[in-house]
Each structure stands twice: as structure tokens, then as C-alpha cells.
Design a protein around this ligand. Structure first.
Ligand code: ZN
Length: 83
């Protein structure tokens, strides 16, 4: 249930890494963006349920509100520290 693979890929250079934890991936994204100013994409794949999240990112569910704009995958830093 914990089997997630996150592929981090830079849009502006050949930087690419794969992480098994979302937190590690986010760290890699933050590091690369802050050190280079590049735009970094990441793709979350759940190995248990196929590529459902990546599929949703591509809009395959067919619902307008599932398009890329609303996908959490396009926001590399969702707010989670509201303490
Ligand atoms: Zn880069």
C-alpha cells in the first residue's frame, strides 16, 4: 500500500530522478528549482493501482475538472504546513 514511485523531471534541463517517497521527491524538486530556477515536473505512480494518478493527470477520466489545471501533480508544493 506504500508502493509509490515519483518521477521528477526538469522541463529545462536533463535533470531526472526517481523516488519512492513523495517527501524525497518534493525535496529534490525544491532543491533543483531553488538552485537552478528551472521548472520541474513530477509524476506520481502508484505501483498498486497502476498509473491511476498519472492517468488522471492526463485527463483520461474525461471530466473537465480532472484536466491538468486541477491535478495536484502540476503543483509541486501543495500547502501542508498550516500549523
Ligand atoms: Zn533543470
Amino acid at each position: 500500500m506504500d508502493k509509490t514511485r515519483v518521477t521528477v523531471r526538469c522541463r529545462d534541463c536533463s535533470f531526472e530522478t526517481v523516488h519512492e517517497r513523495l517527501r524525497d521527491a518534493r525535496t529534490a524538486v525544491d532543491d533543483h528549482e531553488s538552485s537552478t530556477g528551472h521548472g520541474v515536473d513530477w509524476t506520481i505512480e502508484s505501483l498498486d493501482s497502476g498509473v491511476s494518478q498519472a492517468g488522471a493527470d492526463a485527463g483520461v477520466c474525461g471530466r473537465p475538472d480532472c484536466a491538468n489545471e486541477d491535478s495536484p501533480l502540476v503543483d509541486p508544493a501543495p500547502p501542508e504546513t498550516e500549523s
